[in-house]
Write a protein that binds this ligand. Structure first.
Ligand SMILES: Cc1ncc(COP(=O)(O)O)c(C=O)c1O
Length: 395
């Protein structure tokens, strides 16, 4: 059987492989980016679903529009986007089966094989995989603790002329860092100057523990070259697979055509649940609640890290999102640490697969703090700390 060129040399995502491990309940997992089970608004969803099925099953169980369920697109335009300083029309909006689908549709609409796509290093594995399947040539810009640096970005854009810059500006996956407002403005300016599409992927922005929220890159966009991906996976439920994008009407139209040939439309019932959740005003209190839960979990993890990790493990205290990025001294291999940690029933994600540059990030790893209860966070970090000390002695 022939396998297409676009799939040659593409391996499965390290995280997806990790999910196999999560089947063992004894494993304390700091691996995936799963929201806490305790944060699912199950009761509200049950009430909404009952009512929707009683009153609208004729519409919701039928085929729907590729563009998305109208009340969801409206709720996005009327509530979610204005909260982020953004305004637009229905033609700027497309409902998605997860923001992962948005990345895939953007690739189908925009990327030709060999085109340069600029990504942060490190960056989200799912996005890297999608760009690779699209046969893009990946070029990287370094992430720093204060996000992407405007001068480095400009130099790379000038040199490589990327068709797309993919960025996760707030509580980045995997690093957890935030790109500042000045750089966000500069990114929008570069998008205009170099006619580059910027994908602003922002699934974590609502999960802020303290401080003021940053303006979106899109709010500085004068050339209509920035597309925003908004996912409800981290705020409501990843299993619903509901997300939306907001961008240039012509691009949205091309993505809609690509979606027609992909899944026809996203599930109506799931879109309607999210629309009702927003329209009934549940979002602000729910976000406040889950941000509080994650802030506490992050605190438990960093307190445990301060107690058990050797001082040569570098990390920043998170102010939002779901992740802590750790850097070990040069010469350490986080993959080796991972293998030994799994023997002690602790999992995390080694950092190398988040990198595009060959051999980069071997001494890095990502910890997630949202999926495990507090006692298991403390216990898992203690086990990891003990292992790090043992491995340092062996060196
Ligand atoms: C940066 C980023 N984008 C997109 C996604 C996927 O989101 P969705 O569940 O909406 O497909 C994730 C999930 O971890 C992510 O971290």
């Amino acid at each position: 059987m022939q396998i297409a060129n676009r799939m040659q040399g593409i391996s499965g995502s390290a995280i997806r492989e990790l999910f196999k491990l999560l089947g063992d309940p004894a494993i304390i997992s700091f691996g995936g980016g799963n929201p806490s089970k305790a944060c699912f608004p199950s009761e509200t969803i049950r009430t909404i679903t009952d009512e929707l099925l009683r009153e609208k099953s004729d519409i919701l169980l039928q085929y729907g529009a590729t563009e998305g369920y109208m009340p969801l697109r409206r709720a996005y335009l009327d509530h979610i986007l204005p909260d982020n300083g953004l305004h637009g029309e229905l033609e700027n909006v497309l409902a998605l089966t997860g923001s992962m689908q948005g990345l895939d549709l953007i690739c189908k609409a925009v990327i030709n094989p060999g085109d340069v796509v600029l990504v942060e290093e490190p960056s989200f594995l799912g996005a890297l995989q999608t760009f690779r399947v699209a046969q893009a040539k990946l070029v990287t810009v370094p992430m720093h603790t204060d996000g992407v640096h405007a001068d480095e970005l400009e130099e790379i854009v000038k040199k490589h002329r990327p068709v797309v810059f993919y960025t996760i500006p707030t509580f980045q996956n995997p690093a957890g860092y935030v790109t500042g407002a000045k750089t966000r403005k500069k990114i929008a300016e570069l998008a205009a100057e170099y006619d580059m599409l910027v994908i602003e992927d922002d699934p974590y922005a609502a999960l802020r523990f303290c401080g003021e929220k940053e303006p979106t890159i899109k709010s500085f966009d004068t050339s209509d070259n920035v597309i925003v991906l908004t996912s409800f996976s981290k705020t409501i439920s990843p299993g619903l697979r509901v997300a939306l994008c907001f961008g240039n009407k012509d691009l949205i139209r091309k993505m809609t055509i690509a979606k027609q040939g992909s899944d026809t439309h996203s599930p109506n019932l799931n879109q309607a649940i999210v629309a009702e959740f927003i329209n009934r005003g549940h979002m602000p209190a729910h976000i406040e609640y889950i941000s509080g839960v994650y802030a506490r979990s992050a605190g438990v993890m960093t307190d445990a890290m301060a107690e058990h990790f050797p001082e040569w493990v570098h990390y920043e205290k998170p102010v939002g999102g779901l992740f802590i990025w750790c850097t070990l001294p040069e010469g350490w291999d986080a993959q080796e640490l991972f293998k030994r940690a799994v023997e002690r029933k602790v999992a995390f994600v080694p950092g190398a697969p988040f990198h595009t540059t060959e051999g980069a990030g071997l001494n890095t790893f990502r910890l997630n703090f949202s999926a495990e209860p507090e006692e298991r966070i403390r216990e898992g970090i203690k086990r990891l700390g003990d292992l790090l000390k043992e491995m340092a002695e062996e060196k």
